[in-house]
Design a protein around this ligand. Structure first.
Ligand SMILES: Cc1cc2nc3c(=O)[nH]c(=O)nc-3n(C[C@H](O)[C@H](O)[C@H](O)COP(=O)(O)OP(=O)(O)OC[C@H]3O[C@@H](n4cnc5c(N)ncnc54)[C@H](O)[C@@H]3O)c2cc1C
Length: 510
């Protein structure tokens, strides 16, 4: 197995969900602090599972456990520990000017798509209003650091960029059509993860093998598309625009599974008031005890026992099982060395997110070498192609103007302002913002880490479903959907629920 595969397979889908499982034994339950020794363990106390992290992974893990409790009466208590003061982790919002009467902006994860069935289903079940991103991606330009390679109008980026005339003129018919077909096939395979016969996997290598994704994760996006006869110019420009805005990486670096995922933008949506609401609702519906502002410091074995003790900033408690739903190497948690060795490195790219408001409806045309007054696209994506040809690297990965701030009529400052989001490799300075926007009202910066391999809100909910299902089967003899493990190997799983319906979602409908 190549190094790339090895790293990729460990990181993909389960980047941050590691399950520490224990043989069945009733644990001791104590509300407050104190380390307990084994002989203090009281029988007939409801077993407890701890979840570290209240982001997409941790909140959905609690929800999946609660589904099994609800369906099969599994007797277990769930404690979720979160060191931040809020639920959602990297799915979080900020308000322009810190003014909660204004519509919030997503600081991290903004978009999910039709194929993301857990998030779509959750939004529906929890009555959350979705907003469409198509309008926001109308009017898109591709900047190479010195010039616009192509400008597309009429919502072409997400909706019809495969077929728009300008695209056909520049890249020909075959490259977009072949790419579209590759993406379509990848989505069809991916959707099998929601069927009743979906595979279960012990680790990511196992999943990649079962899904036949080895070729995808062993090649860069450029190599993979070229091997399928897709013209390089198309990959290095249009496909790279998508990989840079979604994952901050170029097509000759990013593996092909992630690269094709970044093109699967059909039905791009987000929750109007913030995607974190999905995760809040997962926790609310799970009945879990949620401890905010509580950092987990170490996870140790209870001496002479198969149980675990969690030391947190506000006390210690013993658990039957612990689900680690956070990027381990950023948690500062110490675990016993034989476990630490099992957790692979999680390489990530640094990215700077800059949110701002401005009275300028668009960026300054002269920055882009256009005449004053000339129209600049609302969304500017980038390619490394100019730099490859000896030019300069764009100073940002993407700039998108996200509509106007809607203020209450009669409010003090009624001058129109637009919301802007910038992704960049380097910190964006005030001087640069001044040059590119002229006026800047409010600005908010955050440096983030994006995993080099797939980690999205949805994949975290799939990974957590798998972990919870394996854990409950082992510990309680019954998973989220009952006593049978489904999957082609044990295809009798879930009799009567073959998942044949398009609306069927594994875990929700069993
Ligand atoms: C800028 C940016 C844009 C993105 N855009 C998208 C997008 O458009 N669509 C999409 O689907 N995904 C997107 N993503 C990826 C997405 O945000 C992540 O894949 C997803 O949110 C990860 O969820 P998680 O639960 O695994 O981790 P996290 O959200 O990081 O949650 C882990 C939680 O664990 C907590 N924690 C850590 N250590 C401890 C400890 N010791 N004790 C207690 N708690 C602890 C953290 O505070 C955190 O809340 C984006 C990410 C970034 C950074």
């Amino acid at each position: 197995m190549s190094l790339l595969t090895k790293v990729a397979v460990y990181s993909l889908l389960a980047t941050s969900v590691v399950c520490l499982q224990l043989p069945f034994k009733l644990p001791f339950f104590k509300q407050k602090v104190d380390v307990l020794t084994d002989n203090q363990v009281a029988p007939q106390v409801t077993p407890r599972i701890a979840i570290v992290g209240a982001g997409a992974a941790g909140s959905s893990a609690a929800f999946w456990i609660s589904k099994a409790k609800e369906r099969f009466g599994i007797d277990v208590e769930i404690d979720v520990y979160e060191r931040a003061s809020y639920i959602g982790g990297r799915s979080t919002i900020v308000y322009p000017y810190n003014d909660t009467t204004l519509a919030p902006m997503e600081l991290g994860a903004s978009i999910f798509v039709d194929a993301n069935k857990n998030l779509m289903r959750a939004a529906k079940e929890f009555n959350l209003t979705l907003k469409d991103f198509i309008d926001e991606f109308s009017d898109t330009g591709l900047w190479d650091g010195q010039k616009f390679d192509i400008v597309l109008n009429e919502g072409t980026y997400t909706k019809s960029w495969w077929t728009t005339l300008k695209v056909l003129w520049r890249y020909g018919y075959s490259a977009p059509v072949k790419t579209q077909s590759i993406v379509k096939n990848m989505i069809a395979e991916y959707l099998s993860l929601y069927t009743a016969t979906s595979h279960r996997w012990d680790d990511i290598a196992d999943l990649v093998e079962k899904m036949n994704w080895t070729d995808f994760v062993n090649s860069t996006t450029l190599e993979y598309l070229s091997s399928k006869g897709v013209a390089e110019k198309w990959s290095r420009e249009m496909v790279e625009a998508a990989t840079r805005v979604n994952y901050g990486q170029d097509v000759d670096k990013i593996h092909a599974l992630e690269g094709t995922c970044s093109l699967a933008a059909t039905g791009a949506s987000g929750v109007r008031d913030g995607n974190f609401l999905i995760f809040e609702n997962f926790l609310k519906h799970s009945g879990a005890n949620v401890y905010l502002n509580t950092e987990v410091r170490d996870i140790l074995r209870v001496p002479g026992s198969s149980r675990w003790i969690l030391h947190t900033s506000s006390g210690s408690r013993i658990y039957k099982a612990v689900i680690l739903a956070a990027p381990f190497h950023q948690t500062n948690i110490s675990v016993v060395s034989d476990l630490a060795e099992l957790i692979p490195a999680q390489p990530y790219v640094h990215l700077h997110v800059t949110l701002l408001t401005t009275r300028s409806e668009s960026t300054n045309p002269t920055y882009f070498g256009l005449s004053p007054g000339e129209k600049v696209p609302k969304v500017i994506l980038t390619t490394h192609e100019g730099a490859r040809a000896g030019g300069v690297e764009p100073e940002f990965n993407s700039i998108s103007v996200h509509g106007r701030i809607q203020r209450a009529p009669g409010s003090a400052d009624e001058k129109p302002e637009w919301k802007v989001k910038i992704f960049s490799k380097e910190r964006i300075t005030d001087e640069w913002l001044e040059k590119v926007f002229g006026h800047v009202g409010w600005v908010y910066r955050k440096e983030v880490g994006l995993f080099l391999f797939i980690s999205t809100m949805e994949t975290e909910t799939i990974a957590s479903r798998n972990v919870v299902d394996l854990l409950l089967h082992k510990e309680f003899g019954s998973g989220i959907c009952g006593s049978q493990l489904s999957g082609p190997e044990t295809s009798e799983g879930n009799p009567g629920h073959d998942g044949g319906s398009e609306d069927f979602v594994l875990g929700w409908d069993c």
